[in-house]
Design a protein around this ligand. Structure first.
Ligand code: UDP
Ligand code: MG
Length: 312
């Protein structure tokens, strides 16, 4: 029988985990043609997630877990799960039941049809925060425009992948991972299916506005150097305009003599250029910061405890 690994990153999910496994087991019971194995990753939770995982592991023989030494972030957790998976297929999903396990049969059908991957995107919904929705739309639009990875608006990290695709993803060893992009970057045939997003019933979202902003920045800088080109072009355009202005002023001075006024124009030019230079240095800094972090070559995560080797 084919094995499907279910990779689930968990950060402070003590309340929802028992419910999650119960719900998921119900769905699994309807798919007898496959073996399923859970790989939970405790991403340095501050609550009792690890205790809950140990209990679940004792109760269900197919529940495995890896526990990190601290919080490394969802991206690192997903990487650890993929790296330890051995299944013919691997499912990645959230622990909070916002990714309904009821989609499993459709997803498996997708990969059995011959696709390497079957991924989900959120259907448009009325109840959602309109500002968040707009920012998300802008992000996907911008990301698709400036980089060579394309993904539909509302793409989430809920998908099933073939062994081959998973191996390709873990062969990309960058430290600052932006999985949504990496999943697209490796290529392969992806079937996109729509699902209805579910409100988180238990626990709270781990994303603040600031962390989402940083995430979006990661997405853009790790897949595109367009911002760097943009500042180069901007510099060129401004220089060209300045050159024309210099010629005009020179001619004016030659014809009409020296005319002292010009305080406001000078001030505007200096402040404007100051702003542009600050911005350009900032963009450079974003990229240099990323080079700095990559060059340290630190591990993507540190695992403190796991029960994955117990059966060996
Ligand atoms: N998560 C994680 N590490 C973190 C933050 C989140 O492993 O530092 C997990 C979390 O437990 C959940 C998934 O990532 O399973 C998605 O998080 P959340 O539900 O907070 O995000 P949202 O659904 O609001 O995008
Ligand atoms: Mg969630």
């Amino acid at each position: 029988m084919k094995l499907i690994d279910i990779v689930v990153p968990c950060y402070n999910e003590e309340e929802v985990l028992p419910l999650f496994i119960e719900e998921t087991n119900k769905v699994i019971a309807t798919i007898p043609d496959y073996d399923f194995r859970y790989i939970f990753i405790n991403d340095g939770s501050k609550d009792k997630t690890l205790f809950v995982l140990r209990e679940l592991a004792a109760k269900y023989s197919n529940a495995k877990y890896i526990s990190f030494s601290r919080n490394f972030g969802k991206e690192s957790a997903m990487y650890a799960g993929l790296e330890h998976s051995t299944g013919d297929y691997v499912i990645v999903m959230d622990a909070d039941l916002q990714h309904p396990p009821a989609m499993f049969p459709q997803m498996i059908e997708g990969v059995e049809e011959g696709y390497d991957c079957c991924a989900l995107y959120r259907a448009k919904q009325k109840g959602e925060n309109p500002i968040r929705q707009m920012i998300s739309k802008m992000f996907f639009g911008f990301q698709n425009k400036i980089s060579d990875v394309k993904m539909p608006d509302g793409a989430v990290d809920y998908r099933i992948m073939s062994r081959q695709m998973v191996d390709s993803i873990i062969s990309l060893c960058e430290k600052q991972r932006f999985s949504k992009g990496l999943f697209c970057w490796v290529g392969y045939q992806t079937k996109w299916i729509e699902y209805q997003n579910v409100e988180r019933t238990v626990g709270t979202t781990k994303w603040s506005f600031w962390s989402l902003f940083k995430y979006a920045l990661d997405g853009i800088t790790s897949f595109s150097v367009t911002p760097l080109r943009f500042i180069a072009v901007l510099g060129f355009v401004i220089s060209a305009l300045a050159f024309i202005w210099i010629i005009i002023t020179l001619i004016q001075t030659l014809i009409m003599g020296i005319d002292v006024p010009g305080y406001v124009t000078t001030l505007c030019a200096v402040l404007f250029m100051g702003g542009i230079i600050e911005m350009s240095v900032g963009v450079l800094g974003e990229y240099i910061g990323r080079i700095y972090i990559e060059s340290k070559d630190r591990p993507i995560y540190i695992a403190k405890e796991t029960n994955l080797d117990d059966d060996k």
